[in-house]
Design a binder for this molecule. Structure first.
Ligand SMILES: N[C@@H](CCC(=O)N[C@@H](CS)C(=O)NCC(=O)O)C(=O)O
Length: 198
């Protein structure tokens, strides 16, 4: 499996995911600021919008960190990164797998741009409702599915880390502690080291 990635971007999530999964993969550096990098033919096929991360796994090619996380977690069930399809925890897992692209990121963009929130109109609710829902979801934790770490923690955990990094994390012991738990994971640290060394 090839991972098309660029350090200090959302592709950090895919790197963390593959390090957690412990599967063989090859990293292909894509400099998103250099147009010639975007011409890699496999990357162009895997990522129609020219965005990282993307993967090429034989004939299977796809982009988007959430889609990649679903693909890898289901392809390698032994990694335990997704509850089995007949496990009732799969329901909460689906919800949290789409929470980052569907709610956290648009709410962050709204907040960042200074746009007026409109809870009823906007599919992501508002930044404040996103934070309240996220905190509630972690609850006693340690992970979104309770004791079981899953790919949903890679997506939402990296978002908690981004919120912290961009100084957008409100005064929340729950989210702060969750971000710390994520960053303490050996696979997270390996991914951070790979990124720093690139
Ligand atoms: N929803 C996508 C977003 C990916 C994304 O926006 N990646 C940015 C880097 S953080 C990118 O590749 N930007 C380059 C560009 O759009 O040209 C995901 O989560 O993977």
């Amino acid at each position: 499996m090839k991972l098309f990635w660029c350090p200090q971007t959302r592709s950090q999530r895919a790197l963390w995911l593959l390090e957690e999964a412990g599967v063989d993969y090859e990293r292909v550096l894509i400099d998103i600021r250099n147009p010639s990098s975007l011409r890699d033919p496999d990357f162009a096929k895997a990522s129609p919008m020219g965005k990282v991360p993307a993967i090429a796994d034989g004939e299977a090619m796809l982009a988007d960190s959430a889609a990649i996380a679903m693909y890898v977690a289901d392809k390698y069930p032994n990694t335990g990164l997704a509850p089995a399809t007949d496990d009732p925890a799969r329901a909460a897992y689906y919800w949290w797998m789409v929470f980052t692209p569907g709610v956290i990121e648009p709410a962050m963009a709204e907040k960042f741009s200074g746009a007026e929130p409109n809870q009823m109109r906007n599919a992501w609710g508002s930044f404040d409702s996103m934070i309240a829902t996220f905190e509630n979801g972690i609850g006693e934790g340690p992970w979104l599915l309770g004791d079981k770490f899953s790919a949903a923690d890679i997506l939402c955990g990296s978002s908690a880390c981004f919120l912290k990094q961009f100084d957008m994390l409100p005064d929340s012991k729950t989210l702060e502690a969750y971000a710390e738990r994520c960053m303490a994971r050996p696979a997270y640290q390996r991914a951070a080291e790979l990124s720093a060394a690139a």
